[in-house]
Design a protein around this ligand. Structure first.
Ligand SMILES: NC(=O)C1=CN([C@@H]2O[C@H](COP(=O)(O)OP(=O)(O)OC[C@H]3O[C@@H](n4cnc5c(N)ncnc54)[C@H](O)[C@@H]3O)[C@@H](O)[C@H]2O)[C@@H](O)CC1
Ligand SMILES: [K+]
Length: 476
């Protein structure tokens, strides 16, 4: 499991550790890891040109000590000091001793242009509310430069706790982060600014519950349902899919295509697109009666391509089994009916659908994804999966949020969400919790998207077809 902790938690862990270590030991660990990462990026340190962008806090201190290490290995190191009189004194002295040069921001443009590597030590977890006006131009210089950019702890200008970006921010090729990931490094839009992320262990002891967690292959493998010797199709779980309409039969077919590959023992389809579903997947149990007459199921998916059929949504919400609500179903589901449910509910909006439910613009949701997913989960008393390049899954209790980053831009294709809803619903029917079903489905779906696309456009049905390969890859 990859975890991320809030700034407050990191600060507390740092205080505790610092009290037990000699002064400056923690910063030396950070600087050593940072210098090693910079050396890897440079390839050859001797003779390289390194520019350090230095703010007035310990983030700048890390960069200065790392710069000193690189200077001792023969790099030409120049530090641009935003606030010379408030710069970390120990770091400054170390760089001077190692032969580094100090300049003011006025000289930055010229030296950044000739640099091989720019190290962003403007601000770390001490920053909030976007870069100050004196720091913003340096972030822009780094963003425009052709040099490799390594961010110290996090790219300056991003919000560490939320992943929001409130103005100019450094765009890094690599972020070297200390002790733990910070939520902003894993959530869009900030995640894009971080480039690849390298975690340097500085010995922090962190609490069990993180702010954010990201499943890895092994975590997903441990959660995928596997039939045992005693399984039959009913014990593996039956999923009901109430989806599609005369106008949108394809959504039903795609939801079923995901469901059949999600581990449920059988899939019942209920709705007006039965002929299309049977033609594509003859193994589906099809019914043209309402959901409450469809026979027993262990979970429902409702909503993809449903048009305006509110009655199916209401019927499904009244069932005492886990329910996944997607697409049109999100608009048709009454909040009170969702809140009144005792079995788990998983809602799977994209940013536009979430915005409509929250009564804000899509841009607001996209800019503040973590706050949005939490707010929606609280509002509906449900688990919410907010789709996007980094999908978030939050439950109503306000606990740890799951983030998935296997997604690919190729997944932004019509019908891809229908496949996801079937897949997640199938995992619900197989007995996974709503948070597990949502986050495991997002992981598998993202990987399937990568396999299907493999550098070229792919349709949603290709993504569904690639699910078994993704599943095998995870279990290997
Ligand atoms: N505390 C520790 O034990 C360790 C801290 N480390 C480093 O220390 C950093 C935190 O250091 P600090 O607490 O000194 O904080 P930072 O260095 O992140 O930032 C604080 C400084 O930046 C300025 N600043 C604040 N907001 C700003 C904004 N919006 N725009 C421009 N400048 C702004 C402030 O004037 C302040 O001097 C971490 O991110 C990490 O890089 C590492 O050395 C590991 C150990
Ligand atoms: K930084």
């Amino acid at each position: 499991m990859r975890t991320a902790y809030s700034v407050e938690t990191v600060r507390a862990a740092e205080r505790e550790l610092m009290a037990r270590l000699p002064e400056g030991a923690l910063m030396q660990r950070a600087a050593a890891g940072l210098a090693a990462a910079c050396a890897d990026v440079l390839g050859r340190v001797y003779g390289s040109r390194v520019v350090l962008l230095i703010g007035s806090g310990d983030n700048g201190g890390d960069a200065l000590y790392a710069g000193a290490r690189l200077a001792r290995r023969g790099a030409g190191v120049t530090a641009v000091l935003l606030a010379p009189e408030r710069t970390h004194p120990g770091g400054l002295a170390a760089l001077r001793r190692a032969g580094g040069t100090l300049v003011t921001p006025g000289a930055a443009e010229q030296i950044v242009r000739r640099a091989d590597l720019v190290v962003d030590g403007i601000v770390g977890i001490g920053g909030k509310g976007g870069l100050r006006p004196d720091a913003a131009p340096l972030a822009e210089l780094a963003a425009d430069s052709r040099a490799a950019v390594v961010a110290v702890d996090l790219p300056s200008g991003i919000e560490a706790d939320t992943g929001e970006v409130l103005g100019a921010a450094v765009r890094a090729d690599l972020t070297v982060t200390f002790g733990t990931h910070k939520p902003g490094l894993l959530i869009d839009p900030a995640r894009e600014y971080a480039g690849s992320v390298r975690l340097v262990d500085i010995g922090l002891e962190l609490p069990d519950q993180a702010e954010l967690e990201a499943l890895q292959h092994a975590d997903v493998a441990a959660r995928l349902p596997v039939p045992g010797a005693a399984s039959d199709k009913y014990r593996r779980g039956v999923l009901g899919v109430a989806a599609g309409s005369a106008r949108y039969p394809g959504a039903a077919v795609l939801a079923v295509s995901g469901a059949l590959r999600g581990g449920a023992g059988a899939v019942r389809y209920v709705g007006p697109a039965g002929d299309a579903v049977i033609a594509a997947f003859p193994e589906t149990l099809v019914s043209d009666k309402g959901p409450h007459k469809a026979g027993r199921v262990q979970a429902w998916v409702v909503g993809p391509g449903a048009g305006d059929d509110a009655s199916a949504v209401a019927e499904v919400l009244a069932a005492e089994v886990p329910v996944l609500v997607d697409a049109d179903g999100l608009r048709l589901a009454e909040r009170g009916a969702v809140r009144a449910r005792s079995a788990p509910t998983l809602m799977t909006p994209h940013a536009g659908e979430a915005a409509a439910l929250l009564g804000v613009s899509r841009a607001v949701v996209e800019g503040a994804r973590l706050a949005s997913v939490r707010e929606l989960a609280g509002l509906y008393g449900a688990t919410v999966l907010l789709k996007g390049a980094t999908t978030l899954v939050a439950d109503a209790g306000g606990g740890v949020v799951r983030v998935n980053s296997t997604g690919t831009a190729w997944l932004a294709t019509a019908g891809s969400g229908d496949v996801l809803s079937g897949l997640a619903g199938s995992l619900l029917a197989a007995g996974l919790s709503a948070v597990d079903a949502g986050s495991v489905a997002a992981y598998v779906h993202g990987l399937a998207g990568r396999f299907a696309a493999d550098g070229a456009p792919a349709g949603a049905h290709d993504v569904a077809s690639a699910i078994p390969a993704a599943w095998r890859d995870i279990r290997d």
